[in-house]
Design a protein around this ligand. Structure first.
Ligand code: ATP
Ligand code: MG
Length: 554
């Protein structure tokens, strides 16, 4: 128990203190509050794991709330994808699915209450003028000439705004707080604006909408959220949220900020990711190179690997950047336990075994997963012609090259030891097109009586039995490690070689693979059958290579 105590993060320490002091009757209620204006990314996964994780740990509840106050940017497509992604990650909000837009009536009443208390007023100035008059962090703002309107006039005009009497930009409602506050958010922030656009949930009911700041904190209060956990950039909004709580006399949700996840070589901003989608820099939100949950899921990341990653990175209250190699390590670790091994050749060259009977097929036994005996065994067909990886043969290899070359011997995995007797080159290109070998019948795997030792073992597939596959190999989407420090357009940092497509040959057992099936191609990495596959056309995404850059560093 004491060991566990030491490993508590600062949020857990705070919550345990609150529980011990009986705050809110010891109740813990969190929420995950996305704006439905894009797809969730790996940064959101951190917040989801944190909010749902803390609720589970302290027998509390976690709501899903859509902060949908900006109708122009929001869409049901985003709502649906967000719900789908959270479920996929393994979390359940049960019947607690809320929308800030469900609170629009209540928020309107809150605004009226502020007006009646003299704490809010209608401003006729333009957005530009209001913004300029707010000053800078070092220069106080200028009070609006409309600040002292009577309560009656404010109430009438606010009702008029709601009824559509005014055009967009003609009037806004502002909180009446303090134009010289050192905190910019406190300088009479706009809390309602006219937007004559339909909302994806409330339709044409409203032509005025609360700002994010006037909806977010109050929605927490309406839902009786005890601990509002959010990222550091909202720290400066906290005094404003507390001001609303005090003036409106509503449930005192308490906001605590934690550092957002920044990941090397990765963009975590919905706005920028949308730019990549809209500009066709990627094939969509679920392009396997995207750090969206839809993208990395299609790439082959498992929910467990992402939850483990979130656990490992922990939570802190200072910004930092996490090495993307740790995320890759997490998925390798998971797939190593669960993925069956298969043989696949990504860049095939034919190898002919000249002393093996033509037309003969042998079924050889192969282990499905050396990490998991219960995964069992399968057979793979062997014949006189196989494909091997082009890079596994060298015409004139150096001494340290333990694969195939003239007069050299290697083992074909699960099969025999073969010796290279010759090769043929394309006269025009000089490329090796066929390799010739002889096999030694006494070296059959598992029944080897030869006593021979060879240094290299190669993957292969029988040329007569293999199936064709398109294999998509991915590299990082960006070439720059820390994208937070760049001054130019982030799109200048895209990796031009983030996708490489190979026409591969894979073992015939994969003919029956289903979309979403995951496997390890021995020596090549972990793969997943992509949704682009059709009857007779197999498309595989490589999730990650087998080389772990994290444990090496660690
Ligand atoms: P983006 O900048 O990508 O649009 P956002 O913060 O505007 O992100 P929201 O939909 O408002 O996106 O986020 C929902 C929740 O997820 C918020 O509580 C936010 O603090 C959290 N969140 C967003 N990005 C990250 C991140 N990189 N790391 C951790 N939490 C994040
Ligand atoms: Mg946001």
């Amino acid at each position: 128990m004491s060991e566990e105590r030491e490993s508590l993060n600062f949020l857990e320490q705070m919550i345990e203190k609150d529980i011990a002091s009986g705050k809110h009757g010891g109740r813990v209620h969190t929420r995950f509050p996305p704006e439905p204006n894009g797809y969730l990314h790996i940064g959101h996964a951190k917040s989801i794991c944190l909010n749902f994780g803390i609720a589970a740990k302290y027998n509390g509840l976690c709501n899903l709330r859509f902060d949908d106050t900006n109708p122009e940017k929001e869409d049901v497509e985003y709502v649906d994808s967000i719900k789908d992604n959270i479920k996929w990650l393994g979390f359940d909000w049960e019947d607690r699915e809320y929308y800030a837009s469900d609170n629009f009536d209540q928020l309107y009443e809150f605004a009226v209450k502020l007006i009646k208390k003299g704490k809010a007023y209608i401003d006729d100035d333009s957005a530009e003028k209001i913004s300029a008059d707010r000053g800078t962090p070092t220069r106080p703002g200028v009070e609006s000439r409309f600040r002292n309107r009577s309560v009656e006039e404010n109430l009438e005009m606010f009702a008029g705004m709601k009824e559509g009497k005014y055009e967009e930009g003609e009037k806004v409602l502002r909180a009446n707080i303090d134009m010289s506050s050192p905190i910019m958010q406190m300088r009479d922030p706009v809390i309602y604006r006219i937007k004559k656009v339909a909302h994806h949930r409330t339709g044409d009911k409203w032509c005025i909408y609360p700002t994010y700041d006037f909806a977010h904190g109050q929605s927490d209060s309406i839902e009786n959220i005890t601990h509002s956990l959010c990222t550091l950039e909202f720290a400066s909004h906290r005094p404003l949220y507390n001001w609303f709580i005090k003036e409106l006399e509503i449930f005192p949700s308490e906001q605590t900020e934690f550092a957002r996840l920044n990941l090397s070589y990765t963009i975590v901003s919905k706005r920028k990711l949308k730019e990549l989608v809209d500009g066709n820099y990627v094939t969509g939100w679920d392009d396997p190179r995207m750090p969206t949950l839809s993208g990395i899921r299609r790439r082959g990341y498992t929910p467990a690997s992402i939850r483990n990653f979130a656990d490992r990175i922990g939570v802190s209250n200072r910004d930092g950047i996490i090495d993307v190699a740790l995320l890759e390590h997490s998925v390798r670790e998971d797939l190593n336990k669960t993925a069956n091994r298969v043989l696949g050749v990504l860049d095939p060259v034919k190898l002919v075994i000249t002393n093996y009977p033509e037309g003969k097929t042998e079924d050889l036994e192969a282990v499905n997963n050396p990490e998991d005996e219960s995964a069992g065994k399968r057979t793979i067909p062997f014949s006189n012609e196989v494909y091997i990886e082009r890079s596994d043969f060298m015409e004139d290899p150096p001494k340290k090259f333990f694969r195939l070359g003239p007069d050299r011997e290697v083992r074909l995995k699960y099969a025999y030891i073969v010796k290279c007797t010759g090769f043929k080159k394309d006269e025009v290109t000089g490329e090796v097109v066929e390799i010739y070998c002889e096999y030694d019948p006494s070296t059959k795997s598992g029944q080897d009586t030869s006593g021979k030792k060879v240094k290299g073992t190669l993957g292969w597939v029988s040329a007569n039995h293999a199936i064709d596959a398109e294999v998509r190999l991915y590299d990082r989407l960006f070439i720059t490690e820390n994208l937070n420090t760049i001054d130019d357009d982030f799109k200048n940092h895209l990796n031009p070689d983030s996708l490489e497509i190979k026409q591969a040959k894979v073992e015939p057992s994969l003919a029956t693979a289903k979309v979403g099936d995951q496997m390890q191609f021995e020596r090549q990495g972990y793969f997943i059958l992509d949704k682009d596959s059709t009857e007779g056309r197999h498309v595989f995404n490589r999730t990650v290579t087998l080389r772990d850059n994290w444990t090496k560093k660690g």
